[in-house]
Design a protein around this ligand. Structure first.
Ligand code: AMP
Length: 421
């Protein structure tokens, strides 16, 4: 079954043709005035130090906001009929994990996605055989209007994971009117990434005549402003320059209903959190938000929880922090009975020539005490630390270990951080 009907059933606009379905309202907020968000003269001398200080947070009256459509997805029969075992096998083989309520199933081929012809034509031209893992799961998530967190590296095909659903989303919204800002905003950490995303948007947006504008720091503002004024459905921006242009009233985010935060971890590392907050604040709260990151540290998670609603999450590959490549990691999978012998042998190796300091992590407090007792009996200078020890006791143990008076510290995860100090 072809699914062109899926994408035209929402009164959306066929960009090669006319509006279909019911009448759509004009632009959001109408009018052609720009700069409604407190811009006060571009290039004005800055006295403020906070990014976007002159940007006021809009008061969203959701009852008065024009409604917009964000779910364009109908599962292909092949996807509907696929057994849970097959899907599980796919997840395991591809090292994909998904989380979240009612997560849509993955697709196994381009045809199963149900992209409209104007997207499929460009996809076919690439000569690719199948969706990448992140696309296989990310497209159904994004096309069904869900907020998405994607943990994936550059090179995984993530740009198209958010860009093709963005193109479908835009094609189902009313045309831009004079003075309207973008419908899709992609916030990225660097100029290079902005340009890469822009190339993809240009290639895949051409068939439905979508324009994109790329705004980033370190380049003259004039041409970027002219592109914005000409009108662009997609804006790809680094945070600082976007804030400048918003403050100056050269664009606005009143029409923005599809927001992408790309390489969120890198943006946080680069100190862009205040700017990101300011930008997100300017976008209507019922937008669709997609956040991409190569890693999933606590800071990124907190941001996701704050900016995304009821999100679905996809992780491709390693879930957590990356291992430090300067440290040789050896994993020895063994039975419980083998452990004492193996540990003794390992300690003899480590402590052989000089007293190397050794940390041993165990899961439980009981195991921590038991192991320390046994090791001391075997003649090792071991001390231990866990949650039941009093603070003076913990301080004393850490002091002994730091001074090298006890070379082996056995610990539960109370000691997993901060020992380096
Ligand atoms: P990205 O992770 O978005 O930077 O994409 C990495 C590269 O993968 C780009 O050069 C894309 O053109 C390419 N690519 C994206 N999707 C596919 C696919 N389904 N099959 C093969 N290559 C792809």
């Amino acid at each position: 079954m072809r699914r062109s009907s899926t994408f035209s059933s929402f009164g959306g606009r066929d960009r090669q043709g006319n509006m279909s379905g019911g009448a759509r309202g004009g632009g959001f907020g109408g009018g052609s005035s720009r700069g409604g968000f407190g811009g006060s003269g571009f290039g004005a001398q800055r006295k403020n130090t906070q990014p976007g200080e002159r940007l006021r947070k809009p008061k969203w009256d959701m009852a008065k906001m024009p409604r917009f459509e964000k779910n364009f997805y109908t599962e292909h029969p092949a996807v509907v009929n696929r057994s849970p075992q097959e899907i599980q096998k796919f997840y395991i083989e591809k090292q994909i994990t998904v989380k979240g309520r009612n997560c849509p199933r993955p697709v196994f081929s381009f045809d199963e996605v149900g992209f409209p012809d104007y997207v499929m034509e460009t996809l076919r031209r690439q000569g690719w055989t199948e969706p990448t893992f992140i696309q296989a799961q990310g497209w159904p998530m994004a096309l069904s209007g869900r907020d998405v967190v994607g943990i994936a590296q550059t090179g995984s095909g993530k740009t198209l994971s958010f860009m093709l659903p963005a193109i479908v989303h835009i094609n189902h919204q009313p045309y831009l009117e004079r003075g309207d800002g973008p419908i899709c905003l992609v916030v990225v950490p660097t100029r290079e990434l902005a340009q890469q995303v822009s190339e993809v948007a240009t290639e895949f947006g051409a068939s439905s005549k979508l324009r994109n504008v790329c705004v980033y720091g370190g380049a003259p503002k004039g041409p970027q402003i002219r592109d914005l004024e000409r009108g662009a459905e997609i804006c790809i921006a680094t945070p600082g320059r976007l804030i400048d242009l918003l403050e100056a009233g050269k664009t606005n985010l009143r029409r923005c209903t599809y927001l992408v935060l790309d390489e969120a971890d890198r943006m946080l590392d680069m100190g862009f959190e205040p700017q990101i907050r300011k930008i997100v604040e300017q976008v209507r709260p019922d937008r669709q938000t997609l956040m991409w990151s190569a890693t999933w540290p606590k800071e990124v998670k907190l941001l996701a929880e704050e900016f995304l609603h009821d999100y679905v999450q996809i992780n491709v590959g390693a879930l957590q922090l990356h291992a430090n490549h300067n440290i040789l990691q050896i994993v020895d999978v063994c039975s419980e009975e083998e452990k004492p012998f193996k540990l003794n042998r390992l300690l003899e190796e480590i402590m052989g020539e000089k007293e190397n300091k050794t940390l041993i992590f165990v899961e439980t407090k009981r195991k921590c005490d038991e192991l320390t007792r046994r090791m001391r009996k075997d003649g090792w200078q071991a001390v231990c630390i866990h949650g039941d020890k009093s603070q003076p006791e913990r301080d004393w143990v850490l002091h002994e270990f730091r001074q090298g008076k006890a070379a082996i510290l056995v610990a539960t995860d109370v000691a997993s951080r901060g020992l380096g100090r």
